[in-house]
Design a protein around this ligand. Structure first.
Ligand code: NAP
Ligand code: ZN
Ligand code: ZN
Length: 347
């Protein structure tokens, strides 16, 4: 066991504070990672505030981890000291169910994936996330960050990148397809970049036109304010895919009316409350309302390679660890451009 510094929420809704945690000794198939950067995902905030379900406290959030390997176990074959690596939202799973075998570890049916934090590892101990100096992870749940992607701008790809890449690929975003991205925050801005790189025609649906210049620069072809009722009239029946990244409930019946026949609204935002939708807004055009959770390990590697090939990093605001609580407030106020990333050297 090694004692390392970390930032933790001591209790639900309490401000995060500096503390220390124990990391397990490096096992046969483990990799010790010196964490360089950790992104702040809105999911960190939902969980630190017990918004989804009662969490495990103290909680060290952080599932957008980028760092460098400093030690490997004797059985490790895929990584060596000095490798640039990432860890996303999961650090283990059963490895035997159909989903694990298919590389869909996030949907493990053999007891569920072990989340990077706010979970219990196979050793029976709570897992602690990336707002810390180092982490020990089984090599099968570690991905390689290609040269050419800075570790700071790569960190958010480990959640925001894969969470948007996976559904865009699954629902066929590409040339000839019209994709709307709702919410231009951490996930949304990566959704725009990736959908554009896949060749789709991209429209941002944001609360206002405040970030229009950014949206167009990131790769959007069109940008509309959802506060303007005319937006919904003008765009009715337009999109093949609506990728909703909003952390709060929306008027879903209104949004699905923007889908063309056979279109899908895939909701990756996870509001804390149950939501409502009128099925009348779906049946007339065989529209689908769906969702998607992060991505499996092979697809996360594929996404990183795709982003490196297309020069897609996250737009980040680098902060020191003592600014985490302030960053949380700004994320909640939709005042993020477009991902806060913690320089973990400041912990
Ligand atoms: P974020 O950076 O806060 O972005 C969310 C964006 O949604 C905001 O920037 C804002 O964009 C818009 N928004 C916020 N409140 C709104 C409201 N009340 N009405 C309309 N629009 C609103 O958050 P994030 O880190 O991208 O995460 C977004 C959601 O995805 C969270 O619920 C998070 O937990 C979830 N998530 C899910 C997965 C998954 O696997 N499914 C993975 C990661 C995160 P505009 O200012 O442009 O309107
Ligand atoms: Zn996340
Ligand atoms: Zn499994």
């Amino acid at each position: 066991m090694t004692t390392v510094a970390a930032y933790a929420a001591p209790a639900p809704k309490a401000p995060l504070e500096r503390t220390t945690i124990e990391r397990r000794a490096v096992g046969e198939f483990d990799v010790l990672i010196d964490i360089k950067f950790a992104g702040i995902c809105h999911s960190d905030i939902h969980q630190a505030q017990d918004g989804w379900a009662p969490g495990i406290f103290p909680m060290v959030p952080g599932h957008e981890i980028a760092g460098v390997v400093t030690e490997v176990g004797s059985g490790v074959t895929r990584f060596a000291e000095g490798d640039r690596v990432g860890v996303g939202c999961l650090v283990d799973s059963c490895r035997e169910c159909d989903n694990c075998k298919a590389g869909l570890q996030q949907y493990c049916t053999g007891g569920g994936m072990v989340p990077t934090y706010n979970g219990i590892g196979k050793d029976g101990e709570p897992t602690y996330g990336g707002y810390s100096e180092s982490v020990v992870v089984d090599e099968n749940y570690v991905v390689r960050i290609p040269e050419g992607l800075g570790l700071d701008v790569a960190a958010p790809l480990l959640c925001a990148g894969i969470t948007t890449y996976s559904p865009l690929k699954h629902w066929g975003a590409g040339p000839g397809k019209k994709v709307a991205v709702v919410g231009l925050g951490g996930l949304g801005h990566m959704g725009v970049k990736i959908a554009h790189a896949l060749g789709a025609e991209v429209t941002v649906l944001s609360q206002s036109l405040r970030k229009k210049d950014d949206g167009l620069r990131l790769g959007a072809d069109h940008y509309y304010a959802t506060s303007d009722p005319e937006t919904f009239e003008e765009l009715a029946g337009t999109f093949d895919i609506i990728l909703n990244t909003v952390s709060a409930p929306l008027d879903f019946s209104q949004y699905v009316s923007l889908l063309r026949t056979n279109g899908t609204m895939v909701n990756v935002g996870v509001p804390e409350e149950p939501v409502q939708i009128s099925l009348q807004s779906l049946f007339g055009h065989r529209r689908s309302m769906s969702s998607s959770g992060i991505g499996g390990i092979p697809e996360t590697q594929e996404m990183l390679d795709f982003c490196a090939e297309h020069g897609l990093g996250s737009e980040i605001e680098l902060i020191s660890a003592d600014k985490i609580n302030e960053a949380y407030e700004r994320v909640q106020a939709s005042d993020v451009r477009y991902r806060f990333v913690i320089d973990t050297a400041t912990i």
